[in-house]
Design a protein around this ligand. Structure first.
Ligand SMILES: C[S@@+](CC[C@H](N)C(=O)[O-])C[C@H]1O[C@@H](n2cnc3c(N)ncnc32)[C@H](O)[C@@H]1O
Length: 304
């Protein structure tokens, strides 16, 4: 049987969280629960709140609730609602927070979820299946211009225009319903030999768009820093250049103590430095056989 998810940068991320006895930790991306379990094991004095918007992940991780009792609470929600959901738990401040972004192996490997071009399934791609927008709606009902923009901005695909045109032509005859159909359209429309890369980029773009991943990340990073205690740690594992850039830029911004133009004779912005970026940690040898680990990058910072 396949594991639900093979964790990436497990030891490095837990180390970066700098867990403390009596501290409050948050895992924003519960998935198969390996990071959450490692947090609970590593520091028995910690209380952990773990978020996932996918009811399937929440169901899978019930075993952790049985094992760790009231040290562990699962919150089935989007991490964009971090602050509201934690304040409902009467948690105002936290000490460590982890984001292990993207989708789990289980989500990718489940045909009907429609995340993978390697599996034929309905074009769905919702992490939260009660969301209204699916990839099927996007590819069938959005204009060619909108598709080009999504593929360019969220997939960084150079042949976006040809691929969007091919999708529009196909849907004049019939609705585009499956991942298999989409993969074939991409292959036929792509000039370059790197058809797999084009598939990867288009599927990534649709997934990011359907789940509003970048907007959600921006909101949650800000909220996380707002509720971190001094010395608290924020740890983010990213898997693509878009989410990595957002994280890197935000950490850099929070590390600045002034954002006035250089032409100003003195500081007028009253900005305060809130983070110190921590040095990168090298991935451990255990990750070398894990495909997802290849694109993974761990970023962490300490609240001051
Ligand atoms: C890479 S997996 C996490 C794997 C996990 N660290 C483990 O050890 O098994 C990402 C998980 O985060 C969830 N997720 C992604 N974005 C989310 C968001 N905005 N809010 C809540 N959950 C999210 C996905 O549903 C998925 O289950």
């Amino acid at each position: 049987m396949h594991p639900y998810h093979i964790p990436v940068l497990l030891n490095e991320s837990i180390k970066a969280m700098n867990l403390k006895p009596g501290g409050i930790a948050v895992d924003c991306t519960l998935g198969g629960g390996s990071h959450s379990q490692a947090i609970l094991e590593r520091e028995p004095g910690v209380k952990l709140y773990s978020f996932d918007q996918d009811p399937d992940a929440v169901q899978h991780c019930r075993f952790l609730s049985e094992q760790y009792g009231d040290r562990f609470k699962i919150i089935n929600d989007n991490f964009a609602n971090l602050r509201t959901r934690l304040s409902l738990e009467r948690v105002k401040k936290i000490d460590s927070i982890l984001f292990d972004l993207g989708v789990s192996s289980h989500q990718i490997d489940t045909d009907v979820r429609g995340f993978s071009y390697m599996r034929d399934g309905r074009l769905d791609m919702r992490m939260n299946q009660s969301g209204e927008l699916t990839a099927e709606i996007v590819v069938n009902d959005y204009s060619k211009e909108e598709l080009v923009r999504i593929f360019r901005e969220l997939g960084e695909e150079r042949e976006s225009s040809r691929i969007a045109a091919a999708i529009c032509k196909y849907r004049q005859e019939q609705r585009l319903a499956t991942t298999g159909e989409l993969a074939e359209i991409i292959d036929r429309a792509t000039m370059s030999k790197l058809k797999i890369k084009a598939r990867t980029r288009i599927f990534q773009a649709l997934r990011i768009f359907v789940n509003q991943e970048l907007e959600t990340l921006r909101t949650a990073l800000k909220d996380a820093v707002n509720i971190l205690n001094p010395e608290g740690r924020i740890v983010v594992i990213t898997y693509n250049s878009l989410e990595d850039r957002i994280t890197k830029k935000y950490f850099l911004y929070e590390q600045l103590s002034c954002v006035c133009p250089v032409s100003f004779p003195r500081c007028l912005c009253s900005k305060q430095q809130r983070l110190i970026i921590n040095p990168d940690l090298t991935p451990a040898a255990d990750d070398k056989d894990n495909n997802r680990a290849r694109s993974a990058r761990l970023r962490s910072a300490t609240r001051i």
